[in-house]
Design a protein around this ligand. Structure first.
Ligand code: NAP
Length: 255
């Protein structure tokens, strides 16, 4: 990856202390950006920020409306501008429509949908005077259904269309803010590894095999393979790209 693709840009990444968000933070820093990691767990965020001199950590709970005002104000105070917002924070839950509780459904929607809504709103307000790029993490689960992903499917489908609405609004207003969604399949992160918690070695091997078998390329993705797409969407190389969805799934949805 060429250095300097994000030179002088200030990037804020929700959920940036882990998985795809963290890989994106490192890739953006390597590309010349100043990067703020916004995450729930302050210790984890500080440890993540130690990976590169251009990384900084601030507290963020994406479900907290005032928290978004605070973090964007702090980014502007410390770094003078915001150019890129990556809404990566999210939670997964395996639950089907017959057994999922309303509380579980609401929690998934609060983090995955309300969190992205609040992030986009804060991002638009912070970037409307000079333009920028918003990247929202959806999933292949925002494109195709799964029998045990009722709330997760609903949340990621909502992110897909929220993204298009934000993109069209910003285009109509002439803000120069682009907004796109990214749709990975299984990515080797703590979220995916959470699927294996409490299972025997044989059971883990069986589930890993079942995941691989669904992907035509025969493996799960590494977080850096998603981060590289996000760097493209964050950079000026994607200046004519908005309201679009980027599927990174090893061919899964081509079948
Ligand atoms: P991850 O490793 O679990 O990272 C998500 C990060 O978001 C964690 O640091 C988590 O903190 C944080 N977070 C959770 N709730 C938050 C909140 N309310 N406010 C602020 N931060 C919060 O997950 P990932 O795999 O990188 O996933 C990143 C995004 O990609 C998610 O939106 C996910 O749905 C999507 N995605 C993932 C996959 C996959 O297979 N991994 C596939 C498709 C799409 P805690 O750990 O402290 O909760």
């Amino acid at each position: 990856m060429a250095e300097g693709r994000l030179a002088d840009k200030v990037v804020l990444i929700s959920g940036g202390a882990s998985g795809i968000g963290f890989a994106t933070a490192v890739r953006c820093a390597q590309a010349g950006a100043t990067v703020v990691i916004g995450d729930l767990d302050d210790e984890k965020a500080q440890a993540a920020a130690a990976a590169h001199a251009a990384l900084h950590a601030l507290h963020l709970d994406v479900t907290d409306e005032a928290g978004w005002d605070e973090i964007t104000a702090e980014v502007l105070r410390r770094f003078g501008r915001l150019d890129v917002l990556v809404n990566s924070a999210g939670i997964a839950l395996n639950a089907d429509i017959e057994h999922e509780t309303l509380a579980q459904f609401r929690r998934v929607m609060a983090v995955n949908v309300e969190g992205v809504f609040l992030g986009c709103r804060a991002g638009v307000r912070a970037m409307r005077s000079h333009g920028g790029s918003i990247v929202n993490m959806s999933s292949v689960s925002g494109l195709v259904g799964g029998h045990n992903l009722a709330a997760y499917n609903a949340s990621k489908g909502a992110v897909r269309l929220l993204t298009k609405s934000v993109a069209l609004y910003c285009a109509r207003k002439g803000y120069g803010i682009r907004c796109n969604s990214v749709h990975p399949t299984f990515v080797d992160t703590p979220m995916l590894r959470g699927l294996f918690t409490g299972r025997s070695e044989e059971e883990v091997a069986r589930v890993q095999g079942a995941l691989r078998a669904q992907v035509p390329l025969g493996r799960v993705a590494q977080p850096e393979e998603i981060a590289d797409m996000i760097v493209y969407l964050a950079s000026d190389e994607s200046s004519f790209v908005t309201g679009a969805e980027f599927v990174i799934d090893g061919g899964l949805t081509a079948c």
